[in-house]
Design a protein around this ligand. Structure first.
Ligand code: FPP
Ligand code: MG
Length: 303
């Protein structure tokens, strides 16, 4: 609805949202979709849409820094994108190459210690892009105030399949017992190693799918998902703030659900385990309103 807001109203709305959100998600992942549709709506060529999208990417990096996001992962080129017509694909590679080098040379990137890395099957990329990846990696190695992961030749299912094959081989060869396969073991074997799990996925362009993006680190972490209609070149700070608000309300409802489950458990154990019930209820203080705590009918004690 606010898409049609005029500039002054938009500024007020942005300020209101700013007041509403507190505490940015630690790791945000973005499916930057809609570049070509944006270009079409402007009567321009596809590649102009990608260039306009890259400008939003730059702005997004700034917004994340200002709002205290620790890690940003961008879907810049999926394994499916290899199927695009050669001229579009090559133009995209040119753009990604020049942006990686440009980011890596920027004063603000060094001033704010932004770490730039690529994730995905980067050996499938043309040499010029691989060199730009290595350049950005080299120039920002050692930084970690904000981590920027650029997903290139990335496909989540392919990565999980590789891990499954590797595990099967190790079990067959007697190097791994089936009982040793747990989440940590699989996590260690993934080639994508973000610093932290994903808290929020944003997808622009109107499609409501997460398209094979970070299935382990986002779905596994039950990340909040924010779908919105603006094409990526049109995505504004106000949309990002709305996404963060969605993440926060989701986190709040989860916290309550967890606390309510714990409360139900405590209530059922109350008669047998009164001291333990008191201790747990003491811990829940502050997470639930006093009247809900009172329903447990147990006097909480402090730890
Ligand atoms: C999806 O829109 C966008 C892409 C495939 C390319 C995204 C890449 C950039 C914005 C460059 C960023 C560069 C770096 C280094 C991070 P689409 O082409 O699917 O458009 P459509 O949905 O309208 O068809
Ligand atoms: Mg698309």
């Amino acid at each position: 609805m606010e898409w049609s807001l005029r500039r002054p109203a938009l500024r007020i709305y942005e300020r209101l949202l700013e007041q509403e959100v507190d505490g940015a998600p630690s790791h945000v992942a973005v499916i930057q979709d809609g570049n070509r549709r944006y270009a079409e709506s402007q009567g321009k060529e596809r590649t102009a849409g990608h260039r306009a999208g890259a400008e939003t990417t730059e702005a997004m990096l700034r917004w994340c820094r200002n709002l205290g996001v620790d890690e940003l992962t961008l879907y810049a080129f999926s394994t499916e994108n290899f199927d695009r017509p050669p001229e579009e694909r090559e133009a995209l590679f040119d753009l990604i190459e020049s942006k990686l080098r440009d980011f890596a040379d920027r004063e603000e990137v060094h001033e704010h210690r932004v770490r730039i890395r690529a994730i995905g099957e980067t050996d499938r990329l043309p040499e010029r892009v691989r060199e730009a990846v290595a350049y950005a990696d080299r120039r920002t190695r050692g930084y970690d105030d904000l981590c920027l992961n650029v997903a290139l030749a990335y496909g989540g299912r392919a990565e999980l399949l590789n891990v499954a094959r590797e595990v099967a081989h190790d079990v067959r060869d007697g190097d791994l017992a089936p009982g040793e396969i747990d989440a940590d073991e699989l996590d260690r074997r993934l080639t994508t190693q973000p610093r932290r799990d994903v808290d929020l996925i944003i997808r622009t362009g109107g499609d409501e799918r997460t398209s094979n993006f970070l299935p382990w680190h986002a779905n596994g972490n039950e990340a909040a998902v924010f779908f919105c209609t603006p094409y990526w070149p049109e995505f504004r700070r106000v949309d990002f703030l709305r996404a963060i608000r969605t993440y926060e309300s989701r986190r709040e409802s989860w916290r309550r659900t967890r606390a309510q489950r714990a409360l139900a458990l405590v209530s059922s154990l109350r008669d047998r385990e009164l001291p333990e019930a008191r201790r747990v209820l003491g811990r829940l203080r502050g997470s639930l309103p006093e009247d809900e705590l009172a329903e447990a009918d147990v006097e909480p004690t402090a730890d």
